[in-house]
Design a protein around this ligand. Sequence first.
Ligand SMILES: Cc1cc2nc3c(=O)[nH]c(=O)nc-3n(C[C@H](O)[C@H](O)[C@H](O)COP(=O)(O)OP(=O)(O)OC[C@H]3O[C@@H](n4cnc5c(N)ncnc54)[C@H](O)[C@@H]3O)c2cc1C
Length: 388
Amino acid sequence: MNDMYFTEEHQVFRQSFRDFLQKEVVPHIDKWEKTGTIDRFIWEKFGEMGYFGLNYPEEYGGLNLDVFYTIIFLEELQKVNSGGFAAAMWAHVYLAMTHVNAEGDDRIKEKYLTSSINGEKIGCLCITEPFGGSDVAGMRTTAEKKGDTYVINGSKTFITNGAYSDYLIVAAKTDTSSRNKGISIFIIDRTTKGISSTKLDKLGWKASDTAEIAFDNVIIPASNLMGEEGKGFPYIMNHFALERLVMGVNAHARAEFALEYAIKYMSERQAFGKTINKFQALRHKVADMASEIEMCKEFNYSIAKRLNEGQYIVKEASMSKLLSTKMADSVINDCLQILGGYGYMEEYPMARLLRDSRLGQIGGGTSEILREIIAKIVIDNKEYKQTT
Ligand SMILES: Cc1cc2nc3c(=O)[nH]c(=O)nc-3n(C[C@H](O)[C@H](O)[C@H](O)COP(=O)(O)OP(=O)(O)OC[C@H]3O[C@@H](n4cnc5c(N)ncnc54)[C@H](O)[C@@H]3O)c2cc1C
């Protein structure tokens, strides 16, 4: 345990969450990976246990705990080895619910935050569109104000929990003549007329439902606007720091899981009359991987602490995601190599890990976009400020 960041209470939580996952989740993972559907009962169990409310206010049923409980939640989720299951859970809590908590008014929070924390309602966050994800300000989905309603038209794609969620947090243009100043955020019930979704087939994250969603004259009450009209872009940017740290933490945790497995395998597998953990080529590889994981992990913990203290960590969270996801892909690839032919087999964990890990460098801001942000800060002295 790293006692610079984790207390005894954190450690007790880690052990109980790990036991819960082993008992309630692991036995179902292979089925959920095959069907691409996570049974509803597990959402309810997460809710009952309070796992969706770790960082949310007590008045809506949350536990209002520090960020290191979230770190433990994310790390342990990676260790059930289903990037898709983990993504379904963290996208609900740290993408959709983040907006509900930050921009929702009391009515919205009472209705959606409470039921998201107790596991009754599942949320998704809809930003990316078929015509482009990196260029958020270029989105084409529109929200036209008509009396006391908005009418939404357009489409979103690659949305995690996009097929089975109960509500959608949707970014849309309220002013089509403007780029980033024309975006607003809405909360929309899945059952609203005019919404349809199509589940997408993909390389990894098999247990999670990733979907394309169409909005055809979807009429919603004007009170479903979240926060102020035209402020959607800065709201999205505000939360990217958390999302990118989440993805950095996920990456160091799955790399650690892969390495622990590979080290155990090396101590059992024999070649040329000895266990393969005696071969210097593999030992040095392990030393490199352990060092890279530790560096990312320590960096991620240190910026989590700063986030917890209220600092706006745009540069650091971009660096975290950029390097941790690249490191995880490389470590998992090398761990697969250590398992030889077994690494390529589905009954061993590396094949799924390799597939699932690859999304890290794409979702929530590609590595190229992160380099753009970092370059603007370190070369052009650009300052990113949090919008309130
Ligand atoms: C499994 C999965 C789950 C996802 N979940 C969600 C979700 O829940 N909600 C959501 O809103 N989105 C989600 N996404 C979308 C994801 O965030 C986008 O795929 C990502 O932001 C990239 O957008 P794009 O796919 O349109 O690529 P594009 O923006 O078309 O980019 C294509 C390529 O061009 C590069 N590029 C683009 N602009 C620049 C530039 N200025 N400089 C250099 N290179 C550039 C990119 O890095 C990339 O390599 C998910 C995606 C996947 C695959």
